[in-house]
Write a protein that binds this ligand. Sequence first.
Ligand code: DC
Length: 224
Amino acid sequence: MGYIAVAIDGPSGAGKSTVARAAAARLGYVYVDTGAMYRAIGLAVCRRGIAEEDTAGIIAVLPEIRLAITYQNGTQHVVLNGEDVSEAIRTPEIARYASKVSAVPAVRQFLLDVQRGMAENGNILMDGRDIGTVILPQAQVKIFLTASVEARAERRYLELCEKGQAVTREQVAADIAERDRQDMTRAIAPLRQAEDAVLLDTSALTLEESIQAVLRIIQEKTEE
Ligand code: DC
């Protein structure tokens, strides 16, 4: 112990990882993106041609998975059975797989030890859905970072347009609402705000304002 753990949870598209990564860099903490781990398992499942809904198939793949988290110039890389999959996991298809595999208890158990272990080696800022509630309930700082569906949809829409993808605002908003529903209603470790988490709504904040708000909360909590 003696290390500081900051848990940042919240729904997809709230800018969580961008804000968390920047805040961690400014504090000199190690940033851990736990969503990337679920995505890596989703990728392994997808590549084996296992259906998203095939829980038994997903569980059968776990013993074949070797997951390593490495850092290059402070940036997290996810290594799946020796292959750096940090880029390959960033597709809508793998996001969908990640959401499905994350509802399987054996998958969550598989990642629990990995994630807890990372908090034992230094100051960390970990982002996910259940960090403050399940993974690091003793974290000194817990933040629930969210934004309205409309604000999240607008940001995501602009991001996708920039990448040249043909989508409508309505489609993007519907996707986000559906992922929220899946993440919040699953039986195990659903997305919810820990009782002792500080709520931060970034709907009306710029990126820099959001980073400053997170840094302020961390400073207040670690000075207590
Ligand atoms: O944050 P993300 O979009 O990379 O997360 C991908 C999926 O993983 C998302 O649908 C929810 C799930 N997830 C989870 O269940 N628990 C976490 N701690 C992190 C992500």
